[in-house]
Design a protein around this ligand. Sequence first.
Ligand code: NAP
Length: 279
Amino acid sequence: MPYDGLARVGRRDFAGEDMTSPQTALVTGASRGIGRGIALELARAGGRVAINYAGNAKAAAEALALVKEAGGDGFVVQGDIAVAADRERLVAETVAKFGRIDLLVNNAGVAPTVRADLLDAGEESFDRLYAINLKGPFFLTQLVAKRMLAQAPDAEGCRGRIVNITSISVYTASINRGDYCMVKAGLAMMTKLFADRLANDGINVYEIRPGVIATDMTGGVKEKYDKLIIQDERGITPIRRWGKPEDVGRAVRAIAEGRFPFSTGAVFDVDGGFHLHRL
Ligand code: NAP
């Protein structure tokens, strides 16, 4: 059956019969910010989304209501991605509700609680960022990839797709949050590793590198970035506005829709052109 969009994709079920059904996604950290924007875009295409959150149940419930309003469906699932038992539960609950996982989005992430100069940065912050932003996504991807490998492929041979949300910090040195930069650089390498490992199994893996996006994470540095992006004569981004969660959501949706079947390990810069070297 030819590919016909995200909402209804032809594929075979475990018994080998053709069937169609809405695509299913597990999006970590989907209660707020970029993750919510991703969940909403998937919902606009009719997708079903497992909305993971860590502690903010109210925000997660709001996100689910918006997903339903947008034409999608889903459920809310609490779980700290840094904790092994939580990761297992996340996957088990998603499979129990949806039957399969077509898309994993490793979006959940945190910034350092306190920005510290590289010479003073402490181990506690390093360990926290490492656990949530890199170790958690690595072992969650391992679990989900094994699940995807057991799924029947669709008509194009796709068993599932994985998207990692990294950052311009992958290649931009910020000496007051080196821990964040280092773990995000690790996540970029993780994308390449899984892309290589899973390419022959019908699972493509992608990296989306957001620039400065208006969310709670950047709320505390709003004035700084208003100046850098908008007020300065030549802003740090050629496209002189803040990014929106929806900007990232639209990129994820395009991937979920199967628009890049011959690309894996690919990087999408969703950053207003920040990555350009300019003179
Ligand atoms: P945000 O507004 O602070 O939202 C963070 C989300 O992650 C929330 O849904 C939060 O859940 C969840 N979360 C935090 N720790 C978690 C954990 N241990 N387990 C599960 N979920 C957890 O952040 P954001 O700006 O949307 O950032 C999302 C991702 O994009 C992060 O990976 C971030 O590094 C990356 N990014 C952001 C920007 C930017 O400018 N904002 C730029 C580049 C990359 P609760 O609601 O329950 O707390």
